[in-house]
Design a binder for this molecule. Sequence first.
Ligand code: HEM
Length: 183
Amino acid sequence: MKGIIFNLLEDFITENFGEEKYEQIIAKCNLTTTEPHVGPGTYEDKDLMEIVARATEELKISIPDALKAFGKFAFSKLAEKHPNFVKPYQHPKPFLMTVESVIHIEVKKLYEHAYTPTFIYTDTSPDTLTITYSSKRKLYDLMEGLIDGVGEFFKSPIQQTHKIYQKNGAELCDFELTFTADK
Ligand code: HEM
């Protein structure tokens, strides 16, 4: 996972619980990389999950809840850092439909060795959208939080449910979204 995501996780923990708590969490982690994470660097996914796991123990929250809250936080920071990706849109639906074919393509140009999930969109009706997510990382709770973050960013709440299933030996997850605000 790219250093920018580790940096966002650090910001998330320090902004919510303080720097001292972050240091305590890191001190308990068994990490592959001990030097500070830098934005353009690429680090083991398991190090990110180790920080999340130790943070959840320390803060007495569940891993799914932590990943959801982090996803929501991360989207607002990513949107702030990359305003051009969000600026052309007023509504979450057309924006979300650009993540696979525009945003994550640009992300792979900007951040060497970035690995992003694959999305397949099914435009089920004007107010609904299904995003079929697949990734070796299976970060369903993070995805849920990112979607909540998109709804909050556009001030247009998104109701969502997801279901995980197997197809041709691969694990997929359908995120079924309903947009409740007017376009
Ligand atoms: C401003 C918009 C966005 C930017 C700049 C951005 C950028 C990134 C970056 C840098 C990564 C890490 C890649 C790596 O470490 O290898 C990532 C991962 C990810 N992104 Fe985005 N992203 C954006 C919007 C979104 C949105 C709206 C969603 C969901 C609807 C999303 C879903 C994900 C997920 C789930 C991952 C985790 C990796 C995985 O599941 O395999 N992203 N993104």
